[in-house]
Design a protein. Structure first.
Length: 103
């Protein structure tokens, strides 16, 4: 599997876990906590596989970039969190940095 695919899968697992944990923080339902932890664990296990293909610095930067981008978008969609112009520019810069790392 390609590095980008592995990191996208890992990032989306962790992102989903983060969103579920945010719901748990608001609703205090134990099943949300368990699902959130399991999703985060699955994402970290997939991320660990990416270290076979890339150096730890580059793999971690891409993994965290994907996670930050995805959790921000999902937080805006599912948790109705607002995005300000400064944050949008920061996310755009993050995307540019990730593209440069992949070249």
């Amino acid at each position: 599997m390609k590095l980008t695919t592995i990191l996208i899968i890992a990032g989306l697992c962790v992102t989903s876990g983060d969103i579920v944990l945010a719901l748990w923080a608001k609703q205090s339902r134990i099943y949300l906590f368990i699902i959130g932890i399991l999703l985060n664990l699955a994402g970290l296990m997939v991320y660990a596989q990416s270290l076979r293909l890339e150096s730890v610095g580059v793999a971690t930067a891409l993994f965290l970039g994907i996670n930050i981008l995805a959790v921000t978008i999902m937080g805006a969609i599912f948790l109705k969190e607002s995005l300000h112009l400064k944050q949008i520019f920061g996310l755009a810069g993050l995307v540019v940095a990730m593209i440069i790392l992949e070249i």
